[in-house]
Ligand binder design. Structure first.
Ligand code: NAP
Length: 329
């Protein structure tokens, strides 16, 4: 008979928690994203272990979106199954987020940023996960055709309806972010968090967005902090079969694993080894050295990867020399 999940009693001993902007919320320095590895194409016995290992190690934050899978919706359905099988007993210790903004269902109301789409999508997400509310609901991307007032108004109303406790935005540039924050303030529903791509390989947030978020007291969670696995020891010798770049369902394309990237990865890997870290640990530590980054949102296809990523917390400081070397690479 299957045993019911019981969480590790020491789960809060090793994790670092960081305040999300000027809010009441603390996020674990490492959060778990369910974009890949939790879909209907993946193995339930593997990803339920990843989810349990996460919570057992103090990862309280699980990030989803309506269309994570594949197939669309299946990551939420599977997360609902994980909750039902025991993790849900800890609902008040969990911070669960979902999003809408990308393609989800056919026709004019299943994509982008209309009130019609966001409201309907969140209702569907709640059903799939078997939840009464999510902790954070995001507008997944800005919609150039829909007035920002409509998208932000829908977020504010979702909070008033009690279907989300907080709201966030994702993939908004600094200018769009400033406008969105101002509208949310008018609604008296402050933006809790911005979810943006940020890694050693992708630093678009540095010039404008990060300073703005700091100034406005909004948290920042960095997605794809390992550049989808590039910033690990996985691709040092080419593309292995069991990797995201090799799988037809993965969002990392073979063409993105270029010789130039591999060369940089090797040089970064050397530095990581000198620091006594794996490249994944160093890449995450490098983000967390900046206190404007509330949390790094990792993906993992195995328990071992997740445990490796958690070890990043053992050393998140860098000497000036190490930082210079990274900048040169
Ligand atoms: N808001 C948005 O638009 C948006 C976009 C993308 C992602 N996200 C969020 O961010 C989360 C993370 O994104 P991501 O999955 O791209 O993050 P990532 O952490 O950059 O990449 C995760 C992948 O890297 C590999 N990996 C992870 N740890 C490893 C380790 N220690 N050693 C070797 N390989 C390792 C695994 O790939 P293999 O499968 O190859 O083993 C894993 O699936 C998503 O789940 C989602 O919640 C949000």
């Amino acid at each position: 008979m299957e045993s019911i999940y019981k969480a590790n009693e020491d789960r809060y001993n090793g994790m670092m928690y960081r305040r999300c902007g000027r809010s009441g919320i603390l996020l674990p320095a490492v959060s778990l994203g369910l974009w890949h590895n939790f879909g209907s194409v993946d193995l339930f016995s593997n990803f339920i272990r990843i989810a349990h290992t996460a919570f057992d190690n103090g990862i309280t934050h699980f990030d989803l979106a309506n269309n994570y899978g594949p197939v669309y919706g299946s990551a939420e359905e599977n997360f609902g199954r994980i909750l039902k099988k025991g993790l849900g007993a800890y609902r008040d210790e969990l911070l669960i987020s979902t999003k809408a903004g990308y393609d989800m269902w056919p026709g004019p109301y299943g994509n982008w940023g209309s009130r019609k789409y966001l409201m309907a999508s969140l209702d569907q997400s709640l059903k799939r996960m078997g939840l009464d509310y999510v902790d954070i609901f995001y507008s997944h991307r800005p919609d150039p055709e829909t007035p920002l007032e409509e998208t932000m108004g829908a977020l504010a109303d979702i909070v008033r309806q009690g279907k989300a406790l907080y709201v966030g935005i994702s993939n908004y540039n600094a200018e769009q972010t400033a406008k969105a924050l101002a509208i949310l303030k008018e609604h008296r529903v402050p933006c809790l968090i911005h979810q943006a791509r940020y890694s050693l390989f992708d630093r678009w947030t540095e010039p404008d967005l990060l300073p703005l978020l700091k100034e406005e007291g909004v948290g920042m969670i960095a997605f794809s902090p390992l550049a989808q696995g590039l910033l690990t020891n996985k691709y040092l010798h080419g593309i292995p079969e069991n990797s995201r770049a090799a799988k037809s369902t993965g969002h990392l394309q073979r063409e993105q694993v270029t010789e130039e990237k591999i060369n940089k990865i090797r040089r970064l890997n050397e530095l990581a080894m000198e620091r006594g870290q794996t490249l994944a640990e160093m890449a995450l530590a490098w983000l967390l050295k900046d206190d404007r980054v509330t949390s790094v949102l990792v993906g993992a296809s195995s328990v071992d990867q997740l445990l490796d990523n958690l070890k990043a917390l053992e050393n998140i400081s860098f000497t000036a020399k190490e930082q210079e070397r990274i900048e040169r690479i």
